[in-house]
Design a protein around this ligand. Structure first.
Ligand SMILES: Cc1cc2nc3c(=O)[nH]c(=O)nc-3n(C[C@H](O)[C@H](O)[C@H](O)COP(=O)(O)OP(=O)(O)OC[C@H]3O[C@@H](n4cnc5c(N)ncnc54)[C@H](O)[C@@H]3O)c2cc1C
Length: 457
């Protein structure tokens, strides 16, 4: 049975909610987390983590397929999808078990049930009312939205279901070539599924810098995949054993159609209206820089609020929200400088403005761009085609954006994010000593290129 009151009540146990709860407990607040489904939220159970577990398998297979180039013959490689799924489950269990362990360690009460707001400082869980003495943190995440003219059901599935298929599909149609769609297409394509990838805009990963998305598109197209950009699908019909649809003047069919084209905040059960929590014009919960909603003592974080829908953004907001509730000084997040990572092959990591956005903003742009082949590591490790592109402000030497496509891009981008956070510019990155031979030397070379003294190029 839950207590009748806690200092802090967190609704939702995803990367926003569980991190908020741990930080609240560290700050001396008695804390409870209410979760209607599974500890760890969607991120750990259905989204980020299962996705990366399956992508890892595709990466290994991809390396095996390229092993010949390195002098290794693997004549008979097969994918046992049942085992792949088993490992996926194991990874999820290990990590969600870790979160449950952290709750215990920090003396956080984990309450199973669906929560709704019952007043400024009150929450109801399946009929029981609990008081929050200092803060309520809403962290209920987001749910998938179908594209106009379609609905989920049968063989029309969302991204979470795509990562939970227990048999490998022979054919898959993916609608939306943003991060989520590109990851699904790249994983299943490399595992041997025939993939059709549809994107309404003119290129894959359309929000990335144009050079980066072009480079990614070229390599994705070699992964058992046909890419249709500038294309809308229509007339979707889910049948017993397949789904059919049309695009342009063509007909298509696949074992499943995955809609990877949008999500909306999961606010239905929260009863926001009853307590007067306001939404913004996009239907997200309206918050200020400290994640305070329009109602005193109620905070909202993660996919419920503005900014990129990313796990690490949700966690950071969780920390800010409860630190504010504890009376500490906090600073608003610079959303544009949050690292963005796409784990397809080639991987993509970015932050800040694209070249086009920087020019549109009238910044005196300087571009430093190198291929991975510019440094020894690119050749040694077998990825010469990766690209590192730095967008700088020529006048101030500032890092305006960083864009990387290729092996380890999701790790490499962090260096530029850190440099910017510590108020370093590209001239500083250019002069930091980097280990050899590492791909990170490429980041240094791109910074040198921006600063006008590229050594290897
Ligand atoms: C397929 C996929 C892959 C992704 N991959 C990545 C990635 O690689 N990296 C990345 O940074 N981001 C990724 N994301 C985005 C990331 O999953 C989200 O940004 C993140 O999960 C948001 O965290 P959250 O804490 O806001 O909510 P969630 O993780 O959605 O957790 C919210 C929890 O609240 C619970 N809940 C909802 N309503 C109630 C209620 N009324 N009472 C009690 N509990 C409730 C839900 O059951 C859920 O468990 C991915 C998303 C998808 C769909």
């Amino acid at each position: 049975m839950p207590e009748s009151a806690y200092d802090c009540i967190v609704i939702g146990s995803g990367p926003g909610g569980y991190v908020a709860a741990i930080r609240a407990a560290q700050l001396g607040m008695s804390t409870a987390v209410i979760e209607k489904d599974a500890v760890g939220g969607r991120c750990l159970n259905y989204a980020c983590i299962p996705a990366k577990a399956i992508l890892r398998v595709a990466d290994i297979l991809h390396e095996i397929d390229e092993a010949d180039e390195f002098g290794i013959a693997v004549p008979d490689r097969t994918v046992d999808f049942a085992k792949v799924f088993e490992r996926r489950q194991k990874v999820v269990k290990t990590l969600t078990g870790g979160v449950a362990g952290l709750f215990k360690k920090n003396k956080i009460e984990y309450i199973e049930g669906t929560a709704s707001l019952a007043g400024e400082n009150k929450v109801t869980v399946d009929g029981t009312e609990i008081e929050a003495r200092k803060a309520i943190v809403l962290a209920t995440g987001s749910v998938p939205k179908p594209i106009p003219g379609t609905e989920f059901g049968g063989r029309v599935i969302g991204t979470e279901e795509a990562w939970a298929l227990q048999e490998q599909p022979k054919t898959l149609a993916v609608v939306g070539a943003g991060a989520s769609g590109a990851e699904i297409a790249s994983a299943y394509g490399r595992l041997g599924t025939d993939v059709l990838l549809f994107e309404a805009l003119d290129r894959v990963l359309p929000t990335e810098d144009a050079d980066i998305s072009k480079a990614a598109g070229r390599r994705l197209a070699k992964q058992n995949m046909t890419i249709h950009t500038g294309t809308l699908i229509e007339n979707v019909q889910s049948q017993d054993d397949k789904v059919t649809f049309s695009f342009g003047d063509q007909q298509g069919e696949a074992d499943y159609l995955v809609i990877a084209a949008g999500r909306g905040p999961d606010v239905e059960a929260l009863g926001l209206d009853a307590v007067g929590v306001k939404l913004d014009d996009r239907g997200l919960i309206d918050v200020d820089g400290a994640l305070r909603t329009s109602v005193k003592g109620i905070y909202a974080i993660g996919d419920l609020v503005k900014g990129p829908a990313l796990a690490h953004k949700a966690s950071d907001e969780g920390v800010i929200a409860v630190e504010d509730a504890a009376g500490l000084e906090t600073h608003p997040i610079e959303y544009i400088d949050i690292p963005r990572a796409t784990f397809c092959t080639p991987a993509v990591g970015s932050f800040g403005l694209t070249e086009e956005q920087a020019r549109e903003q009238g910044i005196d742009v300087v571009v430093g761009k190198v291929n991975y082949g510019a440094v020894g590591a690119g050749t040694v490790y077998g990825d010469r085609t990766g690209v590192i592109k730095i967008i700088g402000d020529k006048q101030y030497g500032e890092l305006v954006g960083g864009h990387i496509v290729g092996a380890k891009a999701t790790e490499l981008i962090q260096e530029l994010v850190n440099a910017k956070a510590l108020e370093g510019g590209y001239p500083e990155v250019a002069r930091i000593v980097h280990g050899h031979p590492t791909l990170a030397e490429g980041v240094m070379e791109a910074a040198r290129a921006a600063d006008g003294w590229l050594i290897h190029g």
